[in-house]
Write a protein that binds this ligand. Structure first.
Ligand code: GLY
Length: 357
């Protein structure tokens, strides 16, 4: 089974399929024919899939996994290797791995010779439904995630769900967090049709956990239809794209305060969404029925509705939220639900937000 989505920003295709790795390799060879290539592959993916991908040793480098690897040293390693291999503006980089590999390779491609093409081959559920699409590329400062970056759209995205067979539960749940986010924001996404993703997610829980191919392809396809509609309307996040940050203001603070060690990204986003639903209900933005149904949807997928933020110092969390890229003039910006599948941006003073914990 294969789904192809076209993205109008930079005119590229996203292919979502369950074909064998031979087909992935031949599609990639066909797409990059006549070009010099630098493949940047995650250490973990290399160790698991090397025999299936049989890469040419002259054209790949391995980068270890983990957020701390999205650093200047690895970024320079990619650029130096590209230069040594003689890549020019007509050539291409290829990222094979999760969000860390995709982000750092994308940023290297954005800056090498003032910008060359790159292809995303995401191998985790989280990177399949989020970071591989939309052109956000970056590396980290020691204390700041994604502080050095650029918008640089990929030339193609090849999503092969066979990579998910080796994904551990924590990473699967992390991707699921972002997927559920799309269900809650569908009506705000500017997509031309109704997908009924919220309803679909209420029905496909068992099939999702069985890793049923049709279900996974459909879920990824729906998520990306919504994401690309948003990106097409607002590539550089000056307005609409901010809605993709639903759940993320608290999530980033939780990740920062725990030094990225306790929560996976999607899990932190889920706690951020619970928090946002609680605030929206307290403020009277949504009715009890929608509040309950949404909490139940998250619980159906085994996420627990605990106010995790209570376990940390709310003053510290609020301070971190104020430093977020999204905050403006000392106000904390949060995306909150306002009706079924609809969200809007709100601004809070620290004191006002502290009362919501
Ligand atoms: N991950 C949110 C975005 O791509 O805008």
């Amino acid at each position: 089974m294969k789904q192809i989505l076209h993205v109008n920003v930079n005119d590229y295709d996203i292919e979502i399929s369950d074909s064998g790795f031979n087909k992935l390799k031949s599609d990639l060879d066909e797409f990059t024919a006549g070009k010099k290539r630098l493949i940047v592959i995650s250490k973990k993916v290399y160790s698991l899939y090397e025999q299936f991908l049989s890469l040419n040793p002259k054209e790949f480098i391995i980068i270890p996994d983990g957020e701390k690897e999205k650093n200047f040293k690895n970024y320079m390693k990619i650029l130096e290797t590209a230069y040594k291999l003689g890549l020019t503006r007509n050539d291409i980089m290829i990222a094979i791995g999760g969000g860390v590999i995709g982000d750092i390779t994308g940023f290297a491609a954005a800056t090498y010779m003032r910008g060359i093409d790159y292809i995303q081959i995401p191998t985790t559920l989280l990177s399949m439904v989020d970071s591989s699409v939309g052109g956000k590329t970056a590396i980290n400062l020691n204390d700041g995630k994604n502080i050095i970056g650029a918008f640089h759209q990929p030339k193609a995205v090849f999503i092969n769900i066979n990579f998910l067979k080796s994904l551990d539960k924590k990473n699967l749940m992390s991707g699921l967090g972002e997927i559920l986010k799309y269900a809650f924001i569908e009506a705000s996404c500017n997509y031309s049709k109704s997908i009924y993703f919220y309803e679909y997610m209420t029905l496909c829980c068992d099939k999702f956990f069985e890793l049923d191919s049709v279900t996974l392809i459909r879920i990824i396809d729906y998520s990306l239809k919504l994401k690309t509609a948003v990106v097409e309307a607002d590539e550089k996040e000056s307005s609409l794209r901010k809605i993709l940050n639903f759940g993320h203001t608290l999530a980033h603070a939780l990740e920062t305060i725990t030094k990225y060690k306790k929560f996976s990204h999607g899990e932190a986003v889920v706690y951020g969404m619970f928090f946002a639903f609680n605030i929206a209900y307290k403020k009277g933005l949504i009715n009890y029925s929608y509040y309950r149904l949404s909490i139940e949807l998250l619980e159906k997928y085994n996420f627990k509705n605990i106010n995790v933020a209570k376990k940390f110092n709310p003053v510290k969390l609020t301070e971190i939220m104020k430093k977020d890229k999204k905050s403006k003039q000392n106000k904390i910006v949060m995306i909150l639900p306002v009706s079924k599948k609809q969200v809007k941006e709100f601004e809070f003073d620290s004191d006002e937000l502290l009362k919501m914990f």
